[in-house]
Design a protein around this ligand. Structure first.
Ligand code: ACO
Length: 329
């Protein structure tokens, strides 16, 4: 009997900045309170990259750790995808800089811009490259420095985001475990819910001109909230149904970590009990594309994901983009 080729996550890595920005620190910067932030978002603190640190520099240690854990040398990589909405330059891409940093030789690389759904988009692409026989090992690095595009005078957004990076090696698997399926979507009709004109996080611009140029992140929080819950629930339900599975079969949901209320609402709509939904938004805030792989890394580290478990990843982000992935661990 021929076993279908599929892909699996063979190694994970994580790198978050040491610098912690607490809600108490934010109270000194804008008119907010620890109580408001915790109640409305579930966030207690977030990490902030030091001045001068680039998106690739944040991603490289995560990439190296993922390769080590997968037992793969950089020259064995067939593709490197960098999921980021805070690239350090428009070009050269952050992926190229990471490839150079980890000595991946001439490995093809590109940046993938799907905001907070970036990791799921990247997993879907990696899985398809592997299933089609075009690649055996793909490195995904999700690295974000939102502190460079957040308006630190806007209390409605600056309390929500943080910086961080994580990486995953996706490898060919001939066994029964691995990535089952993904579904990805976008709809530009919702484009104005979340926007930023900011590019090149390597050289953030300063002064009044950037506000006029639409550099900072803007968000229609209330509308985003409603669309996010509906789209995440829909895509996860359809993905389960397509694969002959139900919410009861899921051992752990690892959702995009934007807001505890969104996470709880999605869990409730899907009918997955709270104890099966992984949460670390309290520690990092929203790290956009890096949020799911950071959460997955920590879920594995904490023993929350065991071999044979059915893992559901689900995300939404600016674009709007949304998607889900099912993995048999
Ligand atoms: N501190 C204190 N008060 C605040 C703050 C703050 N940090 N921010 C807003 N407020 C005030 C508002 O001004 C408003 O005051 P008003 O009633 O006097 O006008 C009040 O709090 C309520 O504001 P709402 O926006 O209605 O609060 P809500 O309960 O909707 O929570 C939030 C706001 C947290 C932004 C929520 O809407 C949300 O989480 N939305 C989704 C955001 C999200 O997940 N984004 C992900 C982005 S993904 C990506 O791709 C980047």
């Amino acid at each position: 009997m021929t076993v279908a080729v599929r892909s699996k996550i063979s190694g994970l890595g994580r790198n978050v900045p040491d610098k912690v920005l607490s809600n108490a620190d934010l109270e000194k910067m804008v008119d907010t309170s620890d109580e408001w932030i915790k109640t409305r978002t579930g966030i207690s603190e977030r990490r902030i990259a030091d001045d001068g640190v680039t998106t690739s520099q944040l991603g490289i240690p995560a990439a190296r750790e993922a390769l080590r854990n997968a037992g793969i040398d950089p020259e064995e990589l067939d593709l490197l995808l960098c999921a980021t909405s805070t690239p350090e330059n428009m070009f050269p891409s952050t992926g190229c800089a990471i490839g150079h940093g980890i000595e991946a030789g001439d490995c093809p690389s590109f940046d993938l811009l799907a905001a907070c759904t970036g990791f799921i988009y990247a997993v879907s692409i990696a899985d398809n490259f592997i299933r089609s026989g075009s690649a055996n090992n793909v490195l995904i690095v999700a690295s974000e420095i939102y502190s460079r595009i957040v308006n630190w005078k806007d209390r409605s957004t600056c309390v929500l985001f943080g910086d961080g990076a994580a990486a995953a090696v996706i490898s060919r698997s001939d066994g029964s475990s691995g990535i089952i399926d993904s579904r990805i979507h976008s709809n530009g009709a919702y484009g104005d819910l979340l926007t930023t004109g900011g590019v090149a996080s390597r050289r953030p611009v300063a002064g009044r001109a950037i506000e006029d140029a639409g550099y900072f992140l803007t968000m229609k929080g209330n509308q985003t909230f409603k669309v996010a819950v509906k789209r995440m629930t829909d895509v996860a339900s359809k993905l389960l149904e397509k694969n002959g599975l139900s919410a009861n079969d899921v051992d752990i949901v690892i959702p995009h970590q934007a807001n505890i209320r969104i996470i709880n609402a999605v869990g409730k709509s899907l009918g997955v009990p709270e104890e099966k939904v992984f949460v670390n938004v309290n520690k990092y805030g929203n790290t956009s594309a890096a949020s799911i792989p950071i959460a997955m890394y920590e879920a594995v580290e904490e023993g929350r994901v065991k071999p044979g478990d059915l893992v559901l990843l689900v995300a939404f982000g600016g674009g709007l983009t949304w998607g889900a992935t099912l993995i048999r661990w």
